[in-house]
Design a protein around this ligand. Structure first.
Ligand code: CMP
Length: 134
């Protein structure tokens, strides 16, 4: 049994589409625990830190514009193998190929506007949780 914590964040397009409750519901129905919830607007500085790993990608500026364009809702999620379980609930990055039944497959509209972010490793979850929840 590996009890893990991960960060799941509803992005501006997801908040706008009012799927926050739906995302929380899917997490809870999967048996995971919501430890904390925070709704906030990213500053450019915090967004650049959060996505530092993508700094050299061609879509970095576009990504920062998008993530700072409206409020987000960050969920601190805990449970058995939570990082992998949440990634599976979320689906692949590109919403256009994410299967139905996944959050991105059901609600995302593109590779960028993919409604949620989820930590992809123990290292990134630790980094992201510390940055957002302190
Ligand atoms: P996320 O899981 O938050 O991690 C990085 C984000 O960058 C990703 O979701 C997308 O929103 C965005 N992204 C990834 N690849 C691309 C791409 N090729 N073009 C535009 N945005 C992208």
């Amino acid at each position: 049994m590996v009890l893990e914590r991960t960060l799941l964040m509803i992005k501006p397009d997801g908040v706008e589409a009012k799927i926050t409750g739906e995302v929380i519901s899917r997490v809870e129905r999967k048996g995971l625990k919501i430890v904390a919830i925070k709704k906030f607007l990213f500053t450019r500085e915090l967004a650049e830190k959060f996505y530092a790993v993508h700094k050299n990608k061609p879509f970095f500026n576009e990504l920062i514009e998008y993530i700072t364009s409206g409020e987000v809702v960050a969920l601190l999620v805990e449970g058995e193998s939570a990082i992998k379980v949440v990634r599976n609930l979320v689906g692949p990055t590109d919403s256009t190929i994410a299967p139905p039944g996944t959050i991105r497959g059901d609600f995302g509209t593109s590779i960028q506007r993919n409604v949620v972010h989820a930590s992809d490793s123990p290292e990134s979850s630790q980094y992201e949780i510390k940055l957002i929840f302190g």
